[in-house]
Each structure stands twice: as C-alpha cells, then as structure tokens.
Design a protein around this ligand. Structure first.
Ligand code: EPU
Length: 421
C-alpha cells in the first residue's frame, strides 16, 4: 500500500496545468461505444478511473489506441460483448454509464452494480426509472442490472427526474441518442460535464439540445459516426489547486481552465480574502494574509460543488472565526474526512447537514487515512499547510481523480513524496 509523505509549510508558487475533466471523461468514453467507428478523444486525464474504464471497454472488444499522452482513440465497431467484466465494473462508480451505452447501441446490457467512492448511499433508481420510460425491461438484483427491450421496444420518452442527478441525466442522454423518437429529460443536471457529454455526442452526429438547462431534449438518430473531440478542463481539479493555495499561501497561475466554471469557487475564496484574477483560460490566485471565515452550502451546478466540500473545509479550518458548511447533495460526506482533519488539529462539529468549523492558527502533521477521492484531496491540502510531517494512507482514492498530483504539487514548491510500503 503506497502512502503520501508530506512535509508541510512550503508556500505554493508558479503555475499548474489542469487536466481534462474526470467526470466528463468517464461519461464520454462509454458513450463512444455508441459509435461503430473511430472516436479520437483528446485531453483525457491519465487517472486510474480512466485506466479501469479503458480496460473494461477493451475487454468488450473495442480497439483502443493511445497515440500520444492524454489522447485515446476508441474504435467500437468490433464490440462483441454486452456484459462487461464484473470485477472491473465494481471498481468504479461511473461504470453505470455502460448500461446506457449498451442499451442504446445493442438494446440490451448486463452490468454489475458499480463500486467507487462510497461516502454515502448512492442509489441508481433514477437511472433505472429512466431506462423503463425508454421501454426497457429491467432485472435488478443486489449484484447486477440486466436491461432488455420491453414488449413495445425501445423508444424516446418524457422522463422527469426526482432530483437533478448528474449520473441519471448523462446515462439517459447516452441511452436515448439512438432510440427512435424524442426523449425529454426534465429536472436535468446542469453540470459542465453534462454539457460536455452533449457536445461530444453532437460532434458524433447526435441531436441533443438544451444541455446545461433543466430540460434536455434528445431527438433520436439512426446512426452516429466517428470524429474528434477534446474534453473540457476539470472544474474540481482546478478548484482543488485553488483551495490548496488558499490554505497554504502563495501565488499560482492555474492554467487550462474555464473560469466561468470556477466562479462558484473563486467567489468564495475571494470572500475569504484571496486575490483572484481571471484570464481567458487561466485563473491566478494569491493568498498572503490569514483567511476569513465564511458560509458555504453545496448545491448542484452552478452552486458550490459537493466535490469541493472537503477542500473548502480545510480552508475554513485555517480561517479566523467560525465558518459554517452545509451539504445538500450527500449528507454523510463529512464523515469521510472530518475526523481525520481533527487528528491534525482542526475543530469541526457536525450536526446533521451542517459542519461548524472553528478556525485554528495551525494544523499539525499526523498519520491519516483517505476514505474517498475528495477526502484524500483535502488531506493533501491539510498536509501541505500543516506544521510537521503528514502520512496519508489509502492514496489509491486520490489517484482515481488527480493526474500527476505529486509532480504538479512538487513543481509548485510542495514537499510531497509517494512512498511504496
Ligand atoms: N440520487 C438518487 N438516485 C439516483 C441518482 C442519484 O437518489 O438514481 C441522489 C444521490 O444519492 C445524491 C444526489 O441524487 O444524493 C445526486 O447524485 P448524482 O446522481 O448527481 O451523483 P452521481 O452521478 O452519482 C456525480 C459525480 C460525483 C459528484 C456528483 C454530484 C461522476 C462519476 N460522479 O455522481 O463525483 O459528487 O455527481 O455532483 O460524475 C467525485 O468526482 O468525487 C464524485 C463523487
């Protein structure tokens, strides 16, 4: 089991280049299964979730080439299997997109229930409800979901989601592209990666309208064709580096970003006392004085992202005064990291959906455990800001979503090493 060893206290200075968005990549790569031809996908992050997904897709018979770093060419014309490898599927959350892709392309699918970061109960009932609206018969057990065409065949439909689920919106968009008729997804998620998925599908010949609003319409087409597409920069990776500078101090240019996607994060960091300058595709953050307290409530996009909850909590832990952090997407997400931050000297009280964070002058190095991806990212930030040495266990979670994190942080001046036990 590898660990990170961090000697805290070094300011972060210089520039960092943000990779392609994980949550867009893990939807777009399965969506390429709809295309019986070659899709060239650029700006693909080199992270373990993507590597697992490519292994799954390769195992199903697709030809995959990686002609240069961060470029993946998928040719799905030779797919021969609609039952992806159970063990690999269980290793990641986003493998649920294989259900939509296989249902859309072949009309049936047999996919194990996904694994991944289990910081909360993460049902997929909205995905299933949508597949049923699209005409599928669903056989769901504790282990797998099997989809087949119902009596009336597969067809476009009106689907009203009970909550604006990112996964269900994307999965149903993927499933519906090749179905006859029109699909309308109401109460759709509006996250940047939903728009990115729609842009990818449309580049390959789909007719998806309204992505980024509450209502997404998909007009079924009879076939898609290959093409080239570049994935958007990762909003959460960028937000994590911004939060790191806010917590640790320094002056960093965060490059290859869409500043609009970061507004919900940069506004908060400015409120806490950071200086932020937006450029066309970069954001500079400077932090010199102690952070000020703030209040944050996580919400679906364009609100403050739940995937930045843990990172902003580290900033709050170091701010003057008492901050409040309310989670409205996944109530149990605090439990993944707050107790670990407390081992480093943070003062956090959780009551229901809200954490009250009493700022402390300093965090101290400790041996801590990452319990999920963003919890791990928060512990890295805490370790960088802390006095002394921090050892982080379970770093495979961090490596699911952050490309070259050691190299990127080291280039900014951090003292962080990956140690193989
Ligand atoms: N929900 C249901 N039923 C469903 C689907 C969702 O009750 O069928 C609930 C969830 O339990 C949650 C809320 O609806 O309370 C929102 O869940 P959503 O479906 O939007 O989340 P997801 O698709 O499972 C994606 C990201 C997560 C991110 C959330 C929220 C991917 C692969 N994952 O998850 O990313 O936290 O949206 O933005 O896109 C991460 O990157 O660290 C991560 C966990």
């Amino acid at each position: 089991m590898a660990r990170y060893e961090i000697h805290g206290g070094n300011l972060l200075n210089g520039s960092v280049t943000i990779s392609g968005a994980k949550n867009a990549a893990v939807a777009i790569l399965p969506a390429a299964l709809l295309v019986p031809g070659k899709c060239r996908i650029e700006n693909v992050p080199d992270i373990s979730d993507v590597r697992i997904l490519l292994d799954i897709i390769r195992g199903m018979g697709a030809k995959i080439e990686q002609p240069e770093p961060n470029v993946v060419e998928i040719d799905s014309s030779s797919i021969h299997c609609t039952r992806p490898d159970d063990t690999l599927v269980k290793k990641m959350r986003a493998s649920y997109y294989l259900m939509g892709a296989l249902l859309g392309r072949f009309g049936h699918a047999h996919v194990a229930l996904p694994g991944g970061c289990n910081f909360a109960s993460r049902p997929i009932d909205q995905h299933i409800k949508g597949f049923i609206c699209l005409g599928a018969d669903v056989d769901e057990t504790d282990d797998y979901v099997a989809l087949t065409p119902g009596e009336d065949g597969l067809h476009g439909a009106r689907i009203s989601l009970d909550m604006a689920s990112v996964g269900a919106t994307a999965n149903l968009m993927i499933a519906a592209v090749l179905m006859p008729g029109q699909t309308v997804i109401e109460n759709a998620a509006k996250e940047p990666h939903i728009v990115d998925l729609a842009n990818f599908l449309n580049t390959m010949g789909a007719r998806v309208y309204g992505a980024g609003t509450d209502t997404v319409k998909v007009r079924g087409v009879s076939a898609l064709k290959g093409g080239t597409y570049a994935i958007i920069p990762d909003q959460i990776e960028a937000g994590t580096y911004l939060a790191a500078v806010a917590a640790v101090g320094g002056n960093v240019l965060v490059q290859n970003v869409i500043p609009k996607h970061l507004e919900c994060i940069t506004t908060k960091l400015q409120e806490m006392g950071c200086r932020v300058i937006n450029y066309d595709d970069a954001v500079r953050i400077q932090k010199t004085n102690r952070l000020r307290r703030t209040t944050v409530k996580t919400r679906p996009y364009p609100g403050f992202p739940t995937d930045m909850q843990a990172q902003i909590c580290v900033c709050m832990s170091l701010a003057s005064g008492v901050s409040r952090l309310t989670e409205s997407v996944y109530e149990t997400r605090f439990f993944g990291y707050c107790s670990e931050l407390e081992r480093m000297g943070a003062n956090i009280r959780i009551e229901g959906k809200t954490a009250t964070v009493v700022g402390v002058e300093q965090l101290y190095g400790a041996e801590v455990t990452a319990n999920d991806l963003r919890a791990g990212a928060a512990l890295v930030i805490a370790g960088l800001s802390a006095q002394g040495t921090t050892l982080i266990k379970n770093i495979h979670y961090v490596e699911r979503g952050y490309e070259s994190i050691i190299e990127k942080l080291t280039a900014l001046g951090a003292d962080i090493k990956r140690i193989e036990d």
